[in-house]
Design a protein around this ligand. Structure first.
Ligand code: AMP
Length: 287
């Protein structure tokens, strides 16, 4: 596989490059990633390629979105493989800065979206979204894209970023792409690599519990408590699981609900450890 895709490591260089693209009237699309790419990431690239003249993919394992006890050091990295996959998929440019290019010694400015970041993922990872919104802002200012594509896999992140883009008046269209799953339903994730063979099987309880929720809603269950309890018993059916949360929220504002209303859209969300690996998944459901 050839890996000769244009790659920038410095903010100033990619800014100058994109300025020239804009002078030429080109539409620039950005797909932010932490690398170790799988079909989920590549589906975002497909979206960007379709909507843009030039597709830029950033690869940066962002230290500020990991808590000290999380897997920043162990997070899988293989930029050469990523670049080959991206080239094959039609991306044009990679932006792969080193950590000190993004966070030089005297760095001290962060972006914090307040309310929506405090629940669900934010409750379990209190510093996570501040790291995400900070790096996404830096990437937006570095790449200056016309549009950026994010995955529904991180549904709360997408809503947080849309809030930030609206509040801070970034002139960037945010596109959301659906979750890509393995054949048996497990949502693709770079972290699936950590799962043992047994844990990989156990991890299917996430998707099974989400499908159970979908089935219950289809047959008219309206009480979210009942749905969550059914899901919880599926998750607890494997010893390796340790639940962080199951929640059902309105898709537009992430407000938790007790009763579903007809014709509204909801996210059913789950975060769960399988062994030591923390996985998240969700389904967007219309009641
Ligand atoms: P990450 O590299 O995990 O930070 O993810 C980069 C982007 O890819 C985010 O917008 C994720 O939501 C998205 N993504 C990750 N996994 C999937 C998946 N299975 N399907 C669709 N998008 C995904």
């Amino acid at each position: 596989m050839s890996t000769d895709i244009i790659t920038f490591y410095k903010v100033k260089e990619i800014q100058n490059y994109v300025d020239e693209l804009h002078r030429q009237g080109k539409v620039v699309g950005l797909v932010p990633t932490m690398g170790y790419l799988h079909e989920g990431h590549l589906s975002l690239v497909d979206n960007a390629v379709e909507l843009s003249d030039v597709t830029i993919v950033s690869i940066f394992v962002n230290p500020t979105q990991f808590a000290p006890d999380e897997d920043f050091e162990d997070y899988p990295r293989d930029t050469e493989r990523d670049k080959a996959l991206l080239k094959e998929r039609g991306a044009d440019v990679v932006f792969a800065p080193e950590a000190d290019e993004i966070y030089p010694d005297n760095f001290q400015t962060y972006v914090d979206v307040e309310e929506i970041t405090r629940k669900l993922e934010g409750e379990h990872r209190p510093t996570h979204f501040k790291g995400v919104t900070t790096i996404v802002s830096i990437l937006f200012n570095s790449v200056k894209p016309d549009l950026a594509v994010f995955g529904q896999k991180d549904a709360q992140q997408a809503v947080v970023i849309k809030r930030m883009v609206s509040d801070l008046k970034f002139d960037i269209d945010i596109i959301l792409a659906p979750i890509v799953r393995e054949e048996d339903g497990l949502a693709m994730s770079s972290r699936n690599l950590y799962l043992s063979e047994k844990e990989r099987k156990d991890a299917l309880v996430l998707y099974k519990s989400l499908k159970k929720a979908e089935d219950l809603i289809k047959i008219g269950e309206e009480k979210t408590y009942n749905i969550v309890e059914e899901m919880r018993s599926i998750i607890n059916s494997v010893n390796s699981s340790k639940l962080d949360y199951i929640d059902i929220v309105r898709a537009d504002n992430f407000e938790r609900v007790e009763e579903l209303q007809k014709d509204h859209e909801y996210y059913v969300l789950i975060a769960c450890k399988i062994g030591k690996t923390r996985l998240i998944d969700n389904l967007l459901i219309k009641a």
